[in-house]
Ligand binder design. Structure first.
Ligand SMILES: *[C@@H]1O[C@H](CO)[C@@H](O)[C@H](O)[C@H]1NC(C)=O
Ligand SMILES: *[C@@H]1O[C@H](CO)[C@@H](O)[C@H](O)[C@H]1NC(C)=O
Ligand SMILES: *[C@@H]1O[C@H](CO)[C@@H](O)[C@H](O)[C@H]1NC(C)=O
Ligand SMILES: *[C@@H]1O[C@H](CO)[C@@H](O)[C@H](O)[C@H]1NC(C)=O
Ligand SMILES: *[C@@H]1O[C@H](CO)[C@@H](O)[C@H](O)[C@H]1NC(C)=O
Length: 494
């Protein structure tokens, strides 16, 4: 490790840098003349009580969660819920990588992830923080002359130029299989790199993929820092511009990785600078594309979640629970097992939730799963089992389809041509994540997700939910997807 700063010192550094943390701001406000503060507080309090009374009187069926005692983190205890709004006017854009040669007969299309990363870099004025699994943005890894590597190479070149000018920090999984040339080049250009030894910390990997630019723009999604992720692998993510409240919260997840890049153990509990007030129960309220929205970030593994953070699995289960008519899931891998544990372990949390909701609440469940040469064979019997929960007479409606990306029109490229998406959309909300769906990813592996709730939208403009639903339906109906039934002969597909 490059840095060997003791834990307490790191905390101090952290505090100094984030001098404008919420607590500090609150504290400095309290230093205003005491009398006026007291007066304002008294007025606000009586107004708040008045409001609460009126609300209680007018609606007898007020939300049950508002009486939940543990809904606010220590930071905000005592503050009314309204404090959690954000005055930023944020803009969200879904972004996708569509592999070369893949064409949809559909008008549903989004800007590319390549465009998103280039636009984020062109916006950058002070800092770029990237959380990443591994780096191979140039075609040197295959030793071929693949024209579709140009985008990745352009991203690397641009990031190197920025590394000389701004504060560029990269958190990356360790140990790495081989020396990563891209990271050496970035380091030489001035980027600050920390390797997070996940194997030692949790026996998992750092699988997260997100960017934070200038503390106000973010990207999160399935794409790795791999040239294939821009042109040869199907990916989905979201960019949110001009959204410092959300970026600040994602920054806390980044700071946790950054801290662990210089630490041999995971703090327990995490210092309060890592805790959040935004979670599934008290999401951040803000205007997203001029639409009132509530939004939060979840994180895994649970040991990386500071106070207030919703663990990724709880986020997935609660998004499912909240659905009223459908749950659409597009993930690369879906396994009700711990994929990498020895001895083998069954892990049914997500699978059970889907079967339960299909049965108890007649929710329509659709899973679009990837099928390629590296798919784990054991995934398919479990998927067939889930797909058999289908019987119109009993109103059971689970269906599974396999998505196959056809081969590259040019020479064969290893570890490419797969649908790497990791999202879920229900009739209510959009969930955009970075994890494969098997036990390991929620227990040992670092991942994160963005949950967007615009159910209150009155706008004519499409919500993130409706856009993601259209992406799912486009892919589900496309020529690249095949229904999985008991007789499906997989060798014919993948
Ligand atoms: C594309 O979709 C339209 C309308 O859904 C359909 O009429 C047309 O036949 C489709 N074309 C191809 C090439 O599948
Ligand atoms: C990064 O560069 C510094 C010099 O600026 C060097 O000391 C360090 O060993 C380099 N680290 C890596 C991982 O290449
Ligand atoms: C951010 O907001 C500013 C001010 O409204 C605007 O000029 C700028 O274009 C926005 N940036 C992006 C990337 O949308
Ligand atoms: C979305 O927001 C609505 C209205 O505020 C709320 O009832 C619902 O529980 C939220 N759903 C999720 C998954 O957060
Ligand atoms: C997801 O799972 C596959 C298969 O186990 C694995 O190769 C891949 O690294 C995982 N992570 C990513 C990058 O999606």
């Amino acid at each position: 490790m490059k840095t060997d700063v003791p834990y307490s010192q790191l905390q101090d550094l952290d505090r100094n840098r984030r001098g404008s943390s919420r607590q500090t701001r609150l504290l400095s406000r309290c230093l205003l003349p005491l009398v006026s503060v007291l007066l304002v507080a008294l007025a606000a309090l009586s107004f708040y009580f008045l409001l609460t009374l009126t609300a209680a009187a007018t609606s007898s069926s007020s939300s049950s969660s508002s009486s939940n005692p543990d809904r606010s983190s220590p930071i905000v205890s005592g503050l009314p819920e309204k404090e959690q709004t954000c005055s930023d006017s944020c803009r969200v854009v879904l972004v996708e990588s569509i592999p070369v040669g893949v064409e949809f007969n559909s008008s549903t299309a989004h800007p590319s992830i390549f465009q998103a990363w280039m636009s984020l870099m062109s916006e950058a004025r002070s800092s770029v923080d990237i959380a990443s699994f591994y780096w191979t943005l140039t075609n040197r890894d295959t030793g071929t002359q693949e024209p579709s590597a140009v985008q990745g190479e352009t991203v690397l070149q641009t990031l190197r130029e920025l590394s000389g000018k701004l504060k560029v920090r990269i958190a990356v999984n360790a140990p790495q299989e081989k020396q990563q040339e891209d990271l050496r080049l970035l380091n030489d250009s001035g980027a600050d790199i920390r390797e997070v030894n996940m194997k030692a910390l949790t026996s998992g990997v750092l699988h997260t993929k997100f960017w934070i630019v200038d503390g106000k723009h973010i990207y999160i999604g399935s794409a790795n820092m791999d040239w294939r992720s821009l042109t040869q692998v199907k990916e989905l993510g979201a960019v949110v511009y001009n959204c410092s409240c959300l970026a600040e919260d994602l920054g806390k997840i980044f700071e946790a990785y950054w801290f662990l890049g210089a630490s041999a153990s995971i703090p327990s509990p995490w210092p309060s600078s890592f805790s959040t007030q935004f979670n599934k129960d008290t999401p951040l309220q803000l205007a997203l594309n001029d639409t009132p929205s509530s939004i939060y970030l979840s994180s895994s593994p649970p040991s990386f979640c500071a106070a207030g953070r919703t663990p990724d699995l709880q986020s997935i289960l609660s998004v499912m629970e909240d659905a009223e008519s459908f749950i659409y899931i597009a993930v690369m891998n879906y396994l009700p097992t711990m994929e990498f544990s020895k001895p083998q372990r069954y892990w049914g949390d997500i699978d059970t939730q889907l079967r339960r909701l299909a049965y108890e609440r007649r929710i329509k469940v659709r899973l679009l799963i990837s099928c390629w040469s590296n798919s784990q064979p054991v995934m398919f019997p479990f998927l067939k089992s889930l797909a058999s929960v289908h019987d119109p007479k009993s109103k059971l409606d689970v269906q599974v389809r396999l998505f196959v990306v056809p081969p590259n029109p040019g020479p064969e490229i290893k570890y490419a041509r797969v649908n790497h998406n990791k999202y879920m959309v229900t009739d209510k909300v959009a969930y955009i994540g970075t994890s494969n769906w098997s036990g390991d990813y929620f227990v040992h592996t670092a991942g994160s997700a963005l949950v967007v709730n615009q159910t209150g939208s009155q706008s004519e403009d499409p919500t993130v939910q409706s856009q993601l639903q259209a992406v799912f339906e486009r892919d589900w109906e496309s020529e690249y997807s095949t229904p999985l039934s008991q007789n499906t002969d997989l060798t014919a597909y993948c």
